[in-house]
Ligand binder design. Structure first.
Ligand SMILES: [Fe+2]
Length: 202
């Protein structure tokens, strides 16, 4: 997993080291992040993003959950659903990720940090942490949100079993307009059919 754009090599290397650290605590997050990167890149290319925008997207997607490094083990590794106070703590990971990325002041850090901060914003303004809506959310964050939702459902977690592609798509459609950008969802629906990251049929 290497960045293609040499402009962002320093930022990538810095964050990759932290990602390896997070991987020692939580292997699932690291593997999930690599698939979210692949899916996000495919969507970004289909949207015609510039080389620079794709560079930022790939870094933000690879490290979208890096802020989980600041979440205590008793919550991060809990093998059950969170209760409301635990959920509030888990939600802090997007702001922690923004902070980790921002402090580098490296080339691309500000844009990547914002994309990470807003990867749980919803298209209707009901997400977190800033309740942004529509195109006030960067396109990178809107893309990562779709890729993240799809892959999270495709994988088995300690608190839920994996879903098939046929089970995931109706859920994503139901969330479109509320959680997801309808235009990006149309692009995603087409390209997921031939993607190497498409979830299992059975
Ligand atoms: Fe996240």
């Amino acid at each position: 997993m290497e960045p293609e754009d040499p402009v962002y090599v320093a930022l990538y290397s810095y964050t990759r080291a932290l990602s390896v650290a997070l991987g020692y605590r939580d292997t699932l997050t690291q593997l999930h992040s690599e698939r979210v990167r692949g899916l996000s890149e495919t969507i970004g290319m289909a949207c015609g993003l510039s080389r620079q925008e794709l560079g930022i997207l790939k870094i933000a997607a690879s490290f979208h959950d890096i802020g989980k490094i600041g979440i205590p083990d008793c919550i991060l590794l809990k093998p059950a659903q969170f209760d409301p106070p635990e959920w509030e703590i888990m939600k802090q990971h997007s702001e922690i990720g923004w902070e980790i990325m921002s402090v580098t002041h490296l080339e691309g850090a500000r844009q990547a940090a914002l994309a990470i901060r807003h990867h749980h914003e919803h298209y209707d303004g009901r997400g977190y942490p800033d309740q942004l809506a529509g195109e006030a959310i960067s396109i990178a964050s809107r893309i990562i949100s779709i890729a993240d939702s799809y892959d999270a459902m495709a994988q088995t977690r300690s608190y839920h079993r994996s879903k098939t592609h046929a089970q995931i798509m109706p859920i994503l459609h139901q969330e479109t307009g509320e959680k997801h950008d309808p235009h990006l969802m149309r692009i995603f629906c087409e390209l997921i059919e031939t993607s190497e990251f498409k979830a299992a049929k059975l």
